[in-house]
Design a protein around this ligand. Structure first.
Ligand code: BDP
Length: 603
């Protein structure tokens, strides 16, 4: 799906701003709130999560639908054009009404969707209403538990005469921020238009051989011009698909990005698609970018900040990448959902390497709030099968042209070991689907949960083995010598698969400002000691190709007895102030090269 742009053929109207807002009291649909102006509404900023914008527990912990509304004026000059209403993300389910008519619905809170409205709008004022549902259950991604009590929150006992409030029970460790979290835009194209562009670069000596496909609607001819960063035309092509050659190509390199622009014209329409030229390959125990063994240094992150929740914040995005570069990091994983298109564009520009993850988190009914007395077969119980396919397809369709994306991650911490065959039968088709959908055929992985290894068939079937491990925190907390031994034993187990392995999470909760001369858990000193102990073991293994710390910054989670105002595993606080460990990691990572770090061990 193309990102909406403004150019000589296309207009773009941003609907960011203050919208009307109202919690559904259970009568919103029955009383057709979408047909008229919302009565007694509140103000709410878009894009942003609604939860933290007001002082009200009813809003923060709301369960179910809310209604957003605004007037939408469409200029007459757009008559005769295709007009599209596009949502960057609405979390988790959207019903969109224009002048009282339901014009589209969308499931899933982290990917864009759009609807053509030229035949539905008045070229005057319209009433736009969006009903947004935040419920998570065993059919949604992320997954909610259908038992009372969130994963980290503790259970709700059933006591006659007591009516607990209705609430979500996230089977995941981050706050269930909801609402219209990414930009809403109206854009226009001519009636014959460019629907999609797919660019697949390859490298041949000093040159790039780039194949492309342009998807169009209508009759006409496609022309393409390729521009360098200096605005020079470096290649040209004609036709809906084909190849072009860029002589003496400038490669897209980690932390040294170079972007080309393909200017596509078709009838009256035109579209500018940026791309980078780089290769990705998993070979033996190495992960090669542009033919050289890459070492991942970086983080698992969240889209999370004060007031906005998970809402797009471009200042924060620029700041986060700047802090990463300051530390010598080169990569992150979009844990635990695809991030905004704006962030992906920024990573292309900044040369930050991204592992792009679906919102499939919480597919595990034998831990946390979902856990019952006897183990269940998660994949017999769960109802995400079809939706999981959709999110894999839609994420790859959205992000396929980004040079920053080097690997797809189909899920985080699923139950791959209780019933290994069921898990394999669920995930192997998704792995195959990801490969099939990706025109660049990038590596595909899944992130494995602590405790699951022997007997697991799913992780060894992936291109790269990605593990979340907490030796020295959830296991052997406060005993880093035992943690090192246990970690070393586990890594020796994985070595036999002959694949590259990386840690996509390891970390320790750390309350900024707590210090101790004798390092104990939760102190800033312990976070450094924990990381140092892990690194000592990582550095012994040549197939260990990357370290992504959990988490870049402290982040909000559900209320409960485990998290004190959120998860504190950040290397930065939620306000992006460095903890002591930031300086330690900076000192380590600025010495580790992006390429060839493990080559020395093999010699
Ligand atoms: C892992 C999850 C992550 C959690 C983290 C933690 O992937 O979402 O926040 O552990 O416990 O299980 O901090």
């Amino acid at each position: 799906m193309l990102y909406p742009i403004l150019n000589s053929a296309r207009t773009l109207i941003d609907l960011s701003g203050i919208w009307k807002f109202k919690l559904d009291d259970g009568t919103g649909f029955e009383n057709k709130w979408y047909e008229k102006k919302l009565e007694n509404s509140l103000t709410m900023a878009v894009p942003a999560s609604y939860n933290d914008q007001k002082e009200s527990m009813d809003i923060r912990d709301h369960y179910g639908y809310v209604f957003y509304q605004r007037e939408l004026s469409i200029p007459k000059i757009l008559q005769g054009q295709r007009i599209i209403l596009r949502f960057g993300a609405v979390t988790h389910y959207a019903k969109v009404y224009l002048n009282g008519e339901l014009i589209c619905e969308h499931k899933g809170g982290f990917l864009p969707f759009e609807v053509e409205i030229q035949d539905k709008v008045r070229f005057d004022t319209n009433l736009l209403t969006v009903a947004v549902d935040n419920k998570v259950d065993q059919s949604t991604l992320p997954v909610g538990s259908e038992k009372d009590g969130s994963m980290m929150g503790g259970g709700m006992p059933s006591i006659p005469g007591v009516t607990p409030k209705k609430q979500n029970n996230p089977n995941f460790d981050f706050f269930n921020y909801s609402g219209i979290t990414r930009p809403v835009k109206v854009y226009s194209t001519p009636m014959s238009y460019i629907k999609d562009a797919t660019i697949v670069p390859s490298v041949d000596g000093n040159d790039a051989i780039v194949s492309y496909t342009i998807d169009t609607v209508g009759e006409g001819k496609v022309d393409i011009e390729i521009y360098s960063e200096d605005g020079e035309v470096v290649a040209k092509a004609e036709g809906k698909s084909g190849t072009f050659i860029i002589k003496d190509v400038n490669l897209w390199q980690p932390l040294n990005a170079y972007l080309y622009t393909a200017k596509v014209t078709f009838c009256e329409d035109s579209y500018d698609q940026t791309f980078g030229v780089r290769t990705i390959e998993v070979k033996g125990i190495e992960f090669l970018i542009n033919g050289k063994p890459f070492y991942f240094k970086g983080f698992g992150k969240h889209e999370d900040s004060e007031f906005r929740g998970r809402g797009l914040d471009e200042v924060l995005n620029v700041k986060d990448l700047s802090l990463m570069k300051w530390m010598g990091a080169n990569s992150f994983r979009t844990s635990h959902y695809p991030y905004s298109e704006e962030m992906m564009n920024l990573c292309d520009r900044e040369g930050i390497v991204v592992i792009d993850e679906t919102p499939a988190v919480g597919l595990h009914f034998n831990i946390g709030g979902a856990k019952g007395p006897t183990p269940v077969d998660t994949f017999e119980v769960i109802r995400t099968h079809e939706h999981h396919k959709e999110v894999v397809e839609d994420m790859i369709a959205r992000d396929k042209n980004h040079p920053c994306v080097v690997m797809w991650c189909i899920a985080n911490e699923s139950d791959t070991a209780t019933n290994p065959d069921s898990a394999y039968n669920y995930f192997k088709p998704l792995y195959d689907l990801a490969h099939k959908c990706d025109p660049q055929n990038r590596p595909v992985t899944i992130v494995g949960i602590m405790g699951a290894s022997r007997g697991d068939k799913t992780l060894p079937a992936m291109d790269v083995i990605c593990l979340n491990r907490y030796y020295g925190w959830y296991v052997f907390g406060g005993d880093l010598e035992a943690a090192k031994q246990a970690l070393n034993i586990e890594l020796s187990f994985w070595q036999k698969f002959g694949k590259p392995l990386m840690f996509t999470e390891y970390g320790a909760d750390t309350v900024a400002g707590i210090h101790a001369a004798t390092s104990t858990m939760f102190t800033e000193e312990y976070q450094v000691d924990y990381l140092t102990a892990n690194h000592e073991v990582f550095d012994r293994h040549d197939f260990f190709i990357g370290e992504q710390v959990w988490n870049f910054a402290d982040f909000q989670a559900a209320q409960g007895i485990v998290r004190v105002d959120g998860n504190k595993k950040g290397i930065f606080t939620r306000e992006r102030r460095p903890k002591y460990a930031a300086h330690y990691l900076r000192s380590r990572w600025t010495k580790i090269p992006n390429f060839g770090y493990k080559t020395e061990i093999k010699k």
